[in-house]
Design a protein around this ligand. Sequence first.
Ligand SMILES: [Cu+2]
Length: 420
Amino acid sequence: MRHHRAFSIISILALLFCLGVMPAWAEFSVQCPPDVDGIDTDGDGDVNNDHVCVHLSSGDGFIKMADGRDSYIFGFASHRLANSDPVVFQPEPGESRPPAESIGLPTSEGGLNLGATFPAPTIEVREGQKLYLTLSNVGMLMRPDLFDPHTVHYHGFPNVASIFDGLPDSAISINMGFSLTYFYNLVEPGTFMYHCHVEATEHMQMGMLGNIYVRPMQDLTDGTDLGYPSYAYNDGDGTTGYHVAKPLQIHSFDPNFHDANELVQPLPFALMHDRYPMFNGRGYPDTLNPDNIANQELYEAQLMDSIIEVPQGERVLLRLSSLATVDFYTVASPSIPMTVVGQGARILRTAGETDGVQDLFYTTHSVTLGGGEAKDILLDTTDIPEGTYFIYTTNLNNLSNDQEDYGGMMTEIVVQAAAL
Ligand SMILES: [Cu+2]
C-alpha cells in the first residue's frame, strides 16, 4: 500500500508538471463581505454582524477505519479549521471589501495535502444570519486522471436560488482550481445535512458528507425565559428546550468501492454493499475517542467523536441525520426514551389556525432513517440514574467494523453527576 501510494504521488506530480498545471501555487479567493445593510436580521441587537463565512476545500485523502484499515475517500476540509479555529467565521468589522484568502494548495498542511476530512466540517449557524460558503476544488491527488467537479448541496434547505443548490444538472459545479461562494439566507432553523451532489452515488459513498444545523432565533430571546438555555425550534413554549446538543450523522462505507476508486477499477454501483457502519465517520469504539484520529500518513482526517456527556437531570438534543447511500438504519436508545420533536428540519406540530397549534411529538425507543432524513430527538435524563448508556443500530449485523465484531454504529451517552 505504501509503495503504491508513493509511486502514485510521484507520478501525479510528474503528470501535473508536464501538464503545466501545478495546483500547489493556486490561489483561491474567498468572498466574505462585511454586513453593511444596517438591518439586524439575526436578532442579536447588532445591525452589522449578520454575515458568517465558511471556506471548504474539496479533494481526496485517507481515513482510518475502526479495524485499522486505511480507506481512500473524497471529502471536504475547512481552511479555518487548523484543528482548533472555528469552521464558521465572521468578516472583520469595518472591512470595506471582501478579504481574499490565499492558500498554498495542495501543500497547505505540510507535506502532500491528503487533506479531506470525514465527516466534512460541522457547520453551526443561526437563523437570521447570511451564510457565505466558499468551496475551492483542489483536485484529487491520488486520481490525477479524474477532473471531477464538486458542489455543496445543502440538503433540506428551501433554496430560492437554484444555482446555489449544488445539483450539477441545474446548478454551477466547481472545476479543479476554481472556487464558488454559495449564499444562503438562513430563515429557518433545523437539522440539515450537506454533501457533494456530483455523481452523487459515487461522491457520497466516497465521503463528501457533513452536518449542518441552524439554531433558532428563540435561543437569543431576552426576557421570555422558557426554562432552557437553547431550543431546537421557535416553539414559543419551551417544549423543544435542551441543555446539550449533539449532531449524530449516520454514514456507511463499502471498502470494495473505496479500494476500486483508488485503484482505478470499475465501480459497480449495483453491487455496493456497505460493511463499515458509522456515526460521524467512525465505527465503535472510535466513536468514543475524543481525540482526532490520524491515517497512516499521520494526517488527522477524522475530527469528530460521537460521545454524549450530560449532567443528570438535563436534556440532550440529538440531531440525528442519515447520509448513508445504501441502507436504512434503525437507531435505538433502549434505556433513555427518545422524544421526537422535529423531522426534516421542521418542528412536529399541526399548523391548525382555528384550534391553535398542537404538538405531534412522540416518545419511542427507536427511529428508522433512510438517506437524506433527519430527526430532532430529545433525551431527558430527569429519571435516569448516573451511568453509561448506549445508542446503537438494531440492524445487529451492523455492529461490526467489516469483519471485526463488536463495533460499527454504536456510541455512548454518559449521564454524569447532576450539576450543582
Ligand atoms: Cu464531489
